[in-house]
Ligand binder design. Structure first.
Ligand SMILES: NC(=O)c1ccc[n+]([C@@H]2O[C@H](COP(=O)([O-])OP(=O)(O)OC[C@H]3O[C@@H](n4cnc5c(N)ncnc54)[C@H](O)[C@@H]3O)[C@@H](O)[C@H]2O)c1
Ligand SMILES: O=C(O)[C@H](O)CO
Length: 319
């Protein structure tokens, strides 16, 4: 008899089809995040689960008797919604989908950089509102990205893919901060000793670290104070890495020139203060939102599920 797999959101059909090779698949027909109580029930009702971000696999969900699930094959590289320690203690393995998300997320970072620097959102809003009166030499003057300096906080897969695009595509000099030494950043780039140093010398700063207890509010008021007043701040990683109130204060006071955000501290709540500022580009967590990318992410999660069903080593184990 096939093992039981619970998929917490509707996913592209090829992903479900691939999972059916080894599992009896139940798909939850809702896009609302799973509460800890929903997660606790799923952990007791199924042999494996394919969850995604915002599903709250907290310590509370793993606590107590009767756990049947042995694998959480997460859909996505970021797994900060799963208490990996609690999962491990309960005998539940956790996997993720590194690599499948890298290029698409780097592309969204470039979208944010260019839109923010060149005031594209502001221009589009003006045009759609019927306020455009035609080209003139001093209209909507933005910042020229080509040849400026990029600072990356977190030079992993996505950080490197962003830096590569900026260096080879836009002739940008690259500096970065990473907690460990990065020997091969993939292009000429200087690793600096602190976040403040990187933020202080960069024209554009991009955050690409994972959300962990160590990175909560890693970017705070002190980090924003180090930035150039002409600097642009971009976050494609996770919202709670940034002290959002400090970001708002830095933007409102003119301490920094603009921001481009794909993620928010209390997602999907986006503060009115951010929505009111023309110099801020706001995207709804679009990093991997392309059908082939979401399919690839799903198939990578399924590879882990199939390996688990065959009793093999899990290719993308994180816990
Ligand atoms: N917006 C989106 O849709 C989207 C899509 C994909 C990934 N993400 C986020 O991007 C994150 C990064 O993904 P990745 O594949 O590049 O991960 P990765 O593990 O390849 O890279 C993370 C880098 O950050 C560094 N790092 C970790 N903790 C640090 C710290 N405390 N200080 C400094 N550096 C630190 C690591 O050494 C590593 O080089 C994911 O964890 C996820 O949360 C967002
Ligand atoms: O962590 C990830 O992979 C993304 O945020 C999902 O798109």
């Amino acid at each position: 008899m096939k093992s039981s797999l619970f998929v917490t959101r509707p996913l592209p059909e090829p992903v479900l089809e691939a999972a059916r090779a080894a599992y009896k698949v139940t798909v939850r027909e809702s896009n609302a995040p799973m509460t800890p109580a929903d997660c606790a029930e799923a952990l007791r009702g199924h042999d494996a689960i394919l969850p995604t971000l915002r599903d709250q696999f907290t310590a509370e969900a793993f606590a107590g008797e009767g756990l049947r699930c042995r694998l959480l094959a997460n859909f996505g590289v970021g797994y900060n919604h799963i208490d990996v320690e609690a999962a491990r203690a309960a005998g539940v393995a956790v996997t993720n989908t590194p690599g499948a998300v890298t290029d698409a997320t780097a592309d969204i970072a470039l979208t944010l950089i260019l839109m923010t620097a060149r005031r594209a959102g502001e221009g589009e809003r003006m045009l759609r509102a019927g306020r455009w009166e035609g080209w003139h030499p001093t209209q909507l003057l933005g910042r020229h990205v080509t040849g400026s300096r990029l600072g990356v906080i977190g030079m992993g897969r996505i950080g490197k893919a962003i830096a590569k695009r900026c260096h080879f595509g836009f002739d940008m000099e690259v500096v970065f901060y990473n907690r460990s030494e990065v020997r091969d950043p993939g292009m000429p780039a200087h690793q600096l000793g602190s976040i403040e140093e990187v933020m202080g010398v960069s024209d554009v700063v991009v955050v690409a670290v994972p959300a962990t207890p160590q990175t909560h509010h890693l970017i705070d008021a002190g980090a924003f104070a180090a930035m150039k007043p002409t600097g642009l701040f971009i976050n494609i990683a996770r919202g709670d890495i940034v002290d959002e109130a400090a970001l708002i204060a830095a933007l409102q006071s003119g301490r920094i020139a603009g921001a481009g955000l794909d993620v928010y501290e209390f997602e999907p709540d986006v503060p009115e203060a951010l929505r009111a500022m023309e110099n801020v580009t706001l995207l709804p967590h679009l990093g991997t939102a392309a059908l082939n990318v979401r399919t690839e992410m799903g198939l990578m999660a399924v590879e882990n599920l199939l390996a688990h069903a065959r009793g093999e080593e899990l290719p993308n184990r994180v816990g």
